[in-house]
Design a protein around this ligand. Structure first.
Ligand code: NDP
Ligand code: 8X3
Length: 257
């Protein structure tokens, strides 16, 4: 199949300062695409700008801020205002405690970022792509949106929301010229676990020790494939795991106290 020319693509990438988002910015910009790189850490965005020059528009934004998000995306300068891909990737997990002792503040932050921030990003950008009859909304879901594991309580639920929202907006958008894809990775070594464990690098490293996790670059390649597929093809979902990752058995708690 004839893939799209990446030089015809202009992306908005949230969560561009690290991990999957940063790797995606680099994958597309290396191929000649323009990217609005969004995140809170300005210095990381400046590094991308230094690497790729005019192909990058750094945009410092907290996606939880509804007003700022709508203002930022409606006020993009040319040629970035002609974006035809929105990668709603910014997100995080906080903690791994069971539901009865998990931090309510952590739950709130995950919901505000992974659900509300994602919704603001999509709602602020979708009308322009529908009007242009050309676009693509790509999400970073997770295997945690499909499979349960202890401590994933709210994080996994936010990713289940992302998965269903992705399928539901595809139901709205099929035939409009705007495509929708949910990228659903498993174990991927980024800053994800450092954030989940509140900066405890040792605990974060132990998640990956003895394994070969996927990398941000591995996931960026999946985004690139979905976005450069010919316009008559919609990749609904891509779910991937590290080759060493599998499924746990269903738990059976015998003789509980
Ligand atoms: P990282 O921690 O490396 O990157 C997370 C990115 O999200 C950062 O760029 C961060 O930027 C941004 N971000 C977080 N909160 C906000 C906010 N309020 N406003 C704007 N940007 C924000 O982790 P990953 O690259 O792994 O995570 C990217 C996505 O992938 C997340 O949605 C995550 O849930 C998902 N995912 C990760 C997996 C993994 O194993 N790593 C597997 C499956 C899904 P900054 O702090 O500068 O604002
Ligand atoms: C991140 C993957 O398995 O840590 O979404 O939840 S997992």
């Amino acid at each position: 199949m004839a893939m799209l020319d990446p030089r015809s693509l202009t992306l908005i990438v949230t969560g561009a300062t690290s991990g999957i988002g940063a790797a995606t910015v680099r994958r597309f910009a290396s191929a000649g695409a323009r990217v609005v790189a969004v995140g809170r850490r300005a210095e990381r965005l400046d590094e991308l700008k230094a690497e790729f020059g005019d192909l990058i528009l750094p945009l410092v934004l907290d996606v939880r801020d509804e007003k700022a998000t709508f203002e930022a995306f409606s006020g993009l300068p040319a040629p970035f205002d002609g974006y035809n891909i929105v990668f709603a990737n910014a997100g995080l997990a906080m903690g791994l405690d069971p539901a009865h002792s998990a931090s309510l503040d952590d739950w709130r932050t995950m919901v505000e970022t992974n659900i509300s921030g994602m919704l603001y990003t999509v709602r602020a950008t979708l009308p322009a792509m529908v009007e242009r009859k050309e676009g693509h909304v790509v999400f970073t879901g997770s295997i945690a949106g499909d499979y349960s594991y202890p401590g994933a309580n709210v994080y996994g639920a936010t990713k289940a929301f992302v998965k269903q929202f992705s399928l539901n907006i595809w139901a709205d958008l099929a035939g409009s010229g705007v495509r929708v894809t949910n990228i659903e990775p498993g174990l991927t070594e980024t800053e994800f676990s450092v954030v989940r464990f509140a900066g405890d690098k040792g605990r974060a490293d132990s998640v990956y020790s003895g394994t070969e996790p996927m990398t941000g670059e591995d996931i960026a390649e999946q985004v690139f494939f979905a976005c450069t597929a010919p316009r008559h093809v919609n990749i609904n979902r891509i779910q991937s795991m590290a080759s060493q990752q599998g499924f746990g058995p269903l738990a059976l708690k015998r003789n509980p106290a």
